[in-house]
Design a protein around this ligand. Structure first.
Ligand SMILES: [Zn+2]
Length: 223
């Protein structure tokens, strides 16, 4: 596990495949995602702060909610409630809800597609976007399986593209970080080509899907 203070009071906790983010304020702390259960992010968080911790999930995939149980409750979009198979109290978040911790003021941006309840967290003053799995440098971005929706994914990326000038730094959950706002358009254009059947799928993984790579460098796992 690698733990790094990437920005003042903002820690990146990374297991080598997926990362989560802990922001420590004077009286509270905010944990964005919880890695896999076996990563025991609860213990990592306790090493960094004794403050009460609010947990918010970018979406309901197992590498994001896996470690949530010891925290007993979490915030996420209600569309992903059913995906979180842990016995915790779930609080619903929606567009423009806010989380304040220390110098950070995050607002919820709904970006369904990767899952129906995917959200990003955006600190407008800092131009900082925590994007979950929806926006990444090159991926592969997981778009195969039951709860994915490529049409919604494209609409959500158009929404992010409209905010592009306000977004300076993007912290995705997978692959390289930080990345810049140019990847919004790259992901979007490649997703549109994927939808339009312009990309050729190749078998590169044991997963029940093919890999499609767009000309802007984004690859997708897709049926
Ligand atoms: Zn993920």
């Amino acid at each position: 596990m690698e733990v790094k203070e990437f920005l003042k009071d903002l820690y990146v906790i990374d297991n080598g495949h997926v990362r989560c983010f802990l922001i420590v304020g004077k009286e509270n702390a905010l944990l964005i995602d919880t890695l896999f259960k076996q990563d025991d992010v609860f213990s990592e968080v306790k090493k960094l702060t004794d403050n009460p911790v609010t947990v918010v999930l970018t979406h309901g995939d197992g590498d994001h909610f896996g470690g949530v149980a010891p925290f007993k409750e979490c915030y996420l979009h209600h569309n992903d409630f059913d995906l979180v198979k842990e016995d915790v109290l779930k609080h619903a978040v929606k567009e423009n809800d806010t989380f304040d911790v220390g110098d950070y003021h995050f607002q919820v941006i709904e970006i369904p597609g990767h899952t129906n309840g995917s959200i990003a967290l955006f600190d407008k003053e800092k131009g900082l976007l925590i994007s979950g799995d929806s926006l990444q440098k090159e991926g592969p971005i997981f778009m195969f399986g039951e709860h994915r929706d490529l049409d919604k994914y494209i609409e959500s990326h158009k929404k992010l593209l409209a905010m592009k000038d306000e977004i300076k730094t993007v912290l995705p959950s997978h692959h390289e970080y930080p990345i810049d706002n140019s990847y919004i358009e790259k992901n979007l254009l490649d997703a549109i080509d994927l939808k339009d059947g312009k990309l050729e799928g190749v078998k590169t993984t044991d997963r029940p899907c093919l890999t499609y790579t767009g000309k802007n460098g984004t690859s997708f796992y897709f049926n």
